[in-house]
Design a protein around this ligand. Structure first.
Ligand code: FAD
Ligand code: NAI
Length: 475
């Protein structure tokens, strides 16, 4: 007899494991298939996010920021520290422990919710009354059947043609999170989120970091004012070297690293580095999924085609997270997972892709939700702007973190908030207020009339809302 489940989830990253937990809460017999193995060959839940993404990168960002504070910044507070050192092995062990705690935590949650964890690769093998899914692990394979399938197979780092990644010298996110020493010279291809976050980690610890970016504009996805401020801080003040409009040429491996030949408007150049990180985006995991066995539609870019409720081209088959359209962010995938579970249960779950927050965990942090000013201009929308710096804020001064600003964009006629952009310390936390405001269809006047604790960084959000109507109190 085949094992049969009401719901089978393929992939146990944030989109898949959250979908499974919600399905179990709603009373469905649920199994999750996942093939992830750590560097010791042990099966682990949590996908990219917990194992080689959000969580380990944030652990290293915090360690490196603390090092930089102790080594260079505490002097301002009258605290003198000499001989600050970074023990990379210990830093990595701390990161690994956090990863184990969290991946182990999901295992516990699966047990608590009676979710079956099937270790191995999952692919459709056919369908009749139910969907048949083959689970393969090493030489072993079994077929299980499901009434509903949720595909949450996530994404993998995109690599460049002719530039194989060995995760020793040429690394993607997996290798870049596991260096056992600070490289003297680190090259990064791609000045996107990973390039900036991981480039910042190793720069703070002492590496000379050069980032080569194909686009002529820096941080094109962010609001232009934020991108301009970020460039000033990261490049001019912190010493991250970023080359724009780069065309990568030949990459030659030597004994001590690699040489990257590249071309910009200034002509042909070469970058010597001990390690090279390739962070040029991610590709959805849709190969070897047995899509052809059941007629599942996959786009030219490899994304599974879905509607606004994450329904695929097949009845009772859903897809969530990085493997479908929308931003490749863990929280977006988790929300989709919950929505789909609730839809299977006949409920009305939904996800608003217009209010998904973005955060880049550099220092200062960058966070935004909604439209950027350049998008409003391009769309011909009439808007008003309130922009207030952290430099006048008492809490920011106390924390010695006065860089950056909050910028609010509101509809010129209705005052409805269209976008909120923050560059500054703790932007990742402050953006939550912006998301709540936008979800409730708030106007800038609404935020202006809400009491914000004093002294707090959130007062700058309040002031920016007042500034939309040109009545900021502290400017
Ligand atoms: P994944 O997390 O990729 O999980 C998919 C799982 O499915 C994996 O375990 C995979 O092994 C498994 N799988 C795939 N195919 C099969 C198959 N056929 N059979 C069985 N198992 C399969 N996002 C944020 O929101 N915040 C951050 O701070 C952040 N930081 C990041 C830092 C880095 C360095 C990286 C690389 C990414 C970061 N992201 C961040 C993005 C985030 O990790 C992804 O958006 C998120 O993990 C996507 O979740 P998912 O569940 O869709 O897929
Ligand atoms: P990205 O899309 O953020 O940035 C890739 C960059 O590489 C772009 O600026 C692109 O123009 C550039 N690029 C592409 N091809 C190139 C080439 N041939 N030469 C030079 N530059 C090239 O992708 P990244 O940084 O790899 O991250 C992948 C995704 O993971 C992000 O888009 C995001 O969804 C997620 N992520 C989220 C984080 C967060 O939420 N804080 C942190 C890290 C990753």
């Amino acid at each position: 007899m085949l094992k049969s489940y009401e719901v089978v989830v393929i992939g146990a990253g944030p989109a898949g494991y959250v979908a499974a937990i919600r399905c179990a809460q709603l009373g469905f017999s649920t199994a999750v298939i996942d093939e992830w193995k750590n560097d010791k060959g042990e099966a682990r839940l949590g996908g990219t996010c917990l194992n080689v993404g959000c969580i380990p990168s944030k652990a290293l960002l915090e360690s490196s920021e603390n090092y930089e504070r102790v080594a260079y910044k505490f002097g301002n507070h009258g605290i003198s520290v000499t001989g600050a050192k970074i023990d990379v092995a210990k830093m990595q062990a701390r990161k690994d422990k956090i990863v184990s705690q969290l991946t182990g935590g999901i295992e516990m949650l699966f047990k608590k919710n009676k979710i079956t964890w099937l270790k191995g690769h999952g692919k459709f093998s056919g369908s009749g009354e139910k969907y048949m899914i083959e689970v393969t692990d090493g030489g072993k394979s079994e077929i299980i059947e499901a009434n509903h399938v949720i595909i949450a197979t996530g994404s993998t780092a995109r690599h460049l043609p002719g530039l194989p990644v060995d995760n020793e010298t040429v690394c993607d996110n997996i290798g870049a999170l596991a260096f056992n020493a600070v490289p003297d010279k680190l090259g990064v291809i791609g000045a996107g989120v990973i390039g900036l976050e991981l480039g910042s980690v190793w720069r703070r610890l002492g590496a000379k970091v050069t980032i080569l970016e194909a686009l002529p504009d820096f941080l094109a996805a962010a609001d232009t004012a934020v991108a301009k401020e970020a460039w000033k801080v990261f490049v001019k003040e912190q010493g991250l070297e970023i080359k724009l409009g780069v065309k990568i040429g030949k990459v030659t491996r030597g004994k001590r690293g690699v040489t990257v030949e590249y071309e910009t408007s200034e002509g042909k150049q070469a970058l010597d580095c001990n390690k090279l990180v390739v962070s040029v985006g991610r590709v959805p995991n849709t190969t070897n999924l047995g899509a052809e066995a059941v007629g599942l539609k996959i786009s030219e870019r490899g994304l599974i085609e879905v509607d606004e409720h994450c329904r695929t081209s097949l009845p009772n088959v859903y897809a969530v997270g990085d493997v479908v359209r929308g931003p490749m962010l863990a929280h977006k995938g988790m929300d989709e997972g919950v929505m789909v579970a609730e839809r299977i249960a006949g409920q009305a779950g939904q996800v608003n892709l217009d209010t998904i927050p973005w955060v880049i965990y550099t220092a200062p942090e960058i966070a935004w939700v909604g439209k950027a000013e350049q998008q409003l201009k391009a769309d011909g929308v009439a808007y008003r702007v309130g922009q207030v710096p952290f430099s006048h804020n008492g809490r920011a001064m106390g924390q010695d973190e006065t860089t950056g600003f909050v910028k609010i964009l509101a509809d010129a006629k209705t005052d409805r908030i269209l976008g909120i952009h923050i560059i500054g310390s703790h932007a990742s936390e402050m953006i939550a207020e912006a998301v709540v405001a936008m979800e409730f269809g708030a106007s800038s006047e609404d935020i202006a009339r809400i009491c914000h604790a004093h002294p707090s960084l959130s007062e700058v959000v309040h002031e920016a809302a007042l500034a939309v109507d040109k009545r900021a109190l502290h400017m």
